[in-house]
Every structure is written in structure tokens, then in C-alpha cells.
Design a protein around this ligand. Structure first.
Ligand code: B12
Length: 232
């Protein structure tokens, strides 16, 4: 194991312990130390937060842990995001919102927002104006917000399988209203796959926050090249 891998493992163990103890301050302090030691916020998110949350999710499915632990995980990770990662990413990013406007939210029935917030932040620091609608957003609310904000892209997040049909409903609502040429629709989240995204007619899909930026950039480049194309 390289020194960097050993460090990541040590950070993951501390995060795991902070979650078990329900101690956001310990998580925040560890994240600050990791960034001070030279780890980038994105590398921290991918190398520490994502694997720990994945492991917790797997243990939850195996009934080894229960809802209170899931809630502590959400609380500790959100504190790290708000107090350490977001300020660091914002400080490094520009203030130029010329890439386009993205309306983002978590799909109806779903209140998970850690991944969605990371996507929103990465889009913002990469030049998109982002309107974050929050969680549990129904199809009509997505479309109304996109109209109100004159958005280019509607970005939907879903962590719950039962919420995925609402993403499909949003695509169908946009289609029914004749708005497919006006808004580009994309989605992501742990249970969302590229094949499913294609099957319901989404314009794009992203595996993680970095790919979310890539897909939005690509869609906007296509739109600029062929602005009247009906289904971009
Ligand atoms: C933390 C957590 C919670 C916290 C959420 C806190 C919060 N504020 O978000 C709380 C305690 C609230 C919670 C509640 C529940 N949870 Co929960 N939760 C999790 C857990 C452990 C981590 C989720 C997370 O943040 N992952 C890390 C982030 C970074 O990953 P991500 O969201 O996938 O996002 C990345 C990519 O997917 C992508 N992405 C995300 N969104 C988008 C959008 C676009 C447009 C793009 C391009 C990309 C993109 O980029 C992100 C960054 O890289 C997961 C396990 C897991 N493996 O994910 C279970 C999990 C999602 N939960 C689950 C369940 C069942 C529940 C509950 C129903 C439990 C219950 N019995 O009440 C409730 C549901 C409440 C509700 N109505 O929403 C299941 C879902 C199963 C399913 N497929 O339906 C999981 C998978 C656990 C499991 N294995 O059973 N949960």
C-alpha cells in the first residue's frame, strides 16, 4: 500500500468512528486535517466519503446496522460537506456562470441529498448557474422551475428505486408539454444506470459529480452547435 492509500484508509476509519459516535466535529476536524495535508476536496470525497457511505449502505441492506446509523452517517457527512468541502471547492472555483443554467433536485419521494449537493456544487464551480430545488421534487415542480428559471438542463437525482419512476414521469411530462427541445433532461444517483437512462429517453446520465459536469458540458456544446434540434 502506498502512503496515500494508507492515509485514505486512516481517514476512512476516523470517519467510520465519527459516524458510530454520532460526532460531526470529529469528522469535520479529520477532513480539515486531510485537506491541510494536501488532499483535494474531490479526492477526499471520492476516496473517503463515498466508500464509507457505500459500506454503510451495504451493511444496512444486510441488516447489520439500522436507520439510526444511516441518519448519523447523513449528519456527519453533511457537516463535513458544509464546513470543509464546499468552502474549499468554492474558493478554488471561478465566479463565471456562462456555461448555462441547471435546475437540480432529488426526485419525488426521496430525501437523499449528499450526492445531489456535490453535483450542484461541482456544476457551479465549473461555470453553470445552478438552481437547487432541494429534495422530494415532483415532475411538475421540476418543469415549472425550469420554465421560471429559463433553464437549459433539468438534473434529477434518485437514490431510491421507488423514486425512479418519477424521473420517467418528468421526461414524459416534458414531452407531453412539447418541451423536449427546450430543456435537456439528465439524471444520476446510485440505482440509476446508463441503460435505464437511455430506455426512458433521458438526454444524459452521469456516474458521479465529475461526469455530471462532463455530460452537461457536452449537452451544451451540442445545443450551441444545433440549437433547434428537437431531442438533443
Ligand atoms: C446516508 C443515507 C441515508 C440518509 C440520507 C442523508 C442525506 N441528507 O442525504 C438518510 C438517513 C436520511 C436515509 C434515509 C433512507 N434511506 Co438511505 N442511504 C444512505 C446511504 C448510506 C448513503 C447515500 C449517499 O449519500 N451516498 C453517497 C453519495 C455521494 O452518492 P450518490 O448519492 O449516489 O451520488 C453520487 C452519484 O450517484 C452521482 N449523482 C447523484 N445524483 C446525481 C444527479 C445527476 C443529475 C447526476 C448526473 C449524477 C448524480 O454523483 C454523486 C457524487 O459522486 C445509502 C447507501 C448508498 N450506497 O448509497 C442509503 C440508501 C440510498 N438508502 C436506502 C434506504 C432504503 C433508505 C430509507 C428508505 C430507509 C428507511 N427505512 O427509512 C430512507 C428513505 C428516506 C427517503 N424518503 O428518501 C437504500 C435505497 C435502496 C433503494 N435502491 O431503493 C440505500 C441504497 C441503502 C441500502 N443499501 O439499502 N438514507
Amino acid at each position: 500500500m502506498t502512503q496515500a492509500e494508507t492515509d485514505l484508509e486512516a481517514y476512512r476509519n476516523i470517519l467510520q468512528q465519527a459516524i458510530e459516535d454520532g460526532a460531526p466535529a470529529a469528522g469535520v476536524q479529520m477532513a480539515q486535517e486531510a485537506l491541510s495535508a494536501g488532499l483535494s476536496p474531490l479526492a477526499f470525497f471520492r476516496g473517503v466519503i463515498e466508500p464509507v457511505l457505500t459500506d454503510i449502505g451495504e451493511r444496512f441492506s444486510r441488516l447489520e446496522i439500522f436507520l439510526p446509523e444511516l441518519m448519523r452517517a447523513g449528519m456527519v457527512v453533511k457537516a463535513i460537506q458544509a464546513q470543509v468541502l464546499e468552502p474549499a471547492i468554492r474558493a478554488a472555483g471561478g465566479q463565471n456562470f456562462s456555461e448555462g443554467t441547471v435546475v437540480i433536485g432529488t426526485a419525488q419521494g426521496d430525501i437523499h441529498d449528499i450526492g445531489k449537493n456535490m453535483v450542484a456544487l461541482m456544476l457551479q464551480v465549473n461555470g453553470f448557474r445552478v438552481v437547487d430545488l432541494g429534495t422530494n421534487i415532483n415532475p411538475k415542480a421540476f418543469i415549472e422551475a425550469a420554465r421560471r428559471e429559463n433553464a437549459d438542463i433539468i438534473a434529477m437525482s434518485s437514490l431510491l428505486t421507488p423514486s425512479m419512476p418519477y424521473i420517467r414521469d418528468t421526461v414524459q411530462l416534458a414531452e407531453g408539454l412539447g418541451l423536449r427541445g427546450r430543456f435537456l433532461l439528465i439524471a444520476g444517483g446510485a440505482p440509476v444506470t446508463r441503460a435505464w437512462a437511455e430506455s426512458i429517453g433521458l438526454d444524459g446520465f452521469g456516474e458521479d459529480a465529475v461526469e455530471a459536469v462532463e455530460v452537461c458540458r457536452r449537452l451544451m456544446a451540442n445545443r450551441r452547435a444545433a440549437p433547434t434540434h428537437p431531442s438533443l
